[in-house]
Design a protein around this ligand. Sequence first.
Ligand code: PLP
Length: 386
Amino acid sequence: MTERAYLDWNATAPLRPQARAAMIAALDAVGNPSSVHAEGRAARHLVEAARDAVAALVGAEARNVVFTASGTEANMLVLSPRTGGGCARLLVSAIEHPSVRSGGRFAGAAVETVAVGSDGVINLALLEARLSALSQERVRPLLSVMLANNETGVIQPVSEAARLVHQAGGLLHVDAVQAAGRIPCDINALGADLMTLSGHKIGAPKGVGALIRRDAGLALDPLVTGGGQERRARAGTENVAGIVGFGAAAAVATADLATESARVRALRDRLEAGLRQATPAAVIFGAEASRLPNTTLFAAPAVKAETAIIAFDLEGVAVSSGAACSSGKVAPSHVLAAMGVLPPVARGAVRVSLGPTTSEADVERFLAAWIKVSGALLNKAKGIAA
Ligand code: PLP
């Protein structure tokens, strides 16, 4: 058994060995990709090879990939009233990542939230009604719906959303940060006009992301201006080593997608079966919907997430709270709130997320730790000394 079980892949994935090796080689590339000399051309070649690999992960054309410094930046880049020649209204689902929910560069009054059901899936009937009202008012919408939720793993009906927003004359942006490398994310099959990816969720280094267009003709409104890099969509000398790591990770993710998703699903199913056996009263959020193969968000009576995560950590298991946890403060989860989960239950939500190096031993270690942790917390709640 390994020393620790890292089960927090939705927060960030360990660096893939292929990404590390490619980056180490790239760190010695001296050239600026914009320079015309041999050194510059060599750096350019590295960046363009990575662009090909990232494009292939989502079935896009390489020239439509814009590298950014994060998924967050890609979301900010795309969420502008000037995207695609102009959109007057931004519609976002209630469970989007904060970088989408904040509305990007849209004025607060131009941002609308679309509700999800108790299963964590966007309410398509409400979406359709809203889109047809906007279409009658001749207001062009930009809709942003994630392919899979970072807390629950619930997969959204993106193709249907694409059909509805296109009928209304609008555009669809899909945040595929959590879905990439775990389920197919073909930009054409999904009908997305724009898609966001983040390198560190697929085993690339932190600090590199991408915004991808389906159609090269779709206008972007640069967030970072200055030089003409990234076909004028994102100024600044490229993070060559980071981009190369992204490309290497994307290539492995593409090659391993089918086998890895089946392998991880089997591990996750074993984990959930063990969890239900140990704690029949445990709730697995979004279990009735289609979910990513690697994610379980659950809560159990008398278990507070903050306490459980620390107890798991002491047992050598890294998991996280389902709630957005920034600067060490656990905030109530907007995702669970949107699903109608009451605060006392939501406060107990623990997220377990698996990845390519997760083993059966890691799952067994998690289950052994859970039996210990939940037993101790239950006894504490009943006032029984451990
Ligand atoms: N979108 C989703 C769904 C995410 O889960 C995250 C990160 O957790 C992001 C966007 C932001 O990506 P990054 O960490 O690269 O800024």
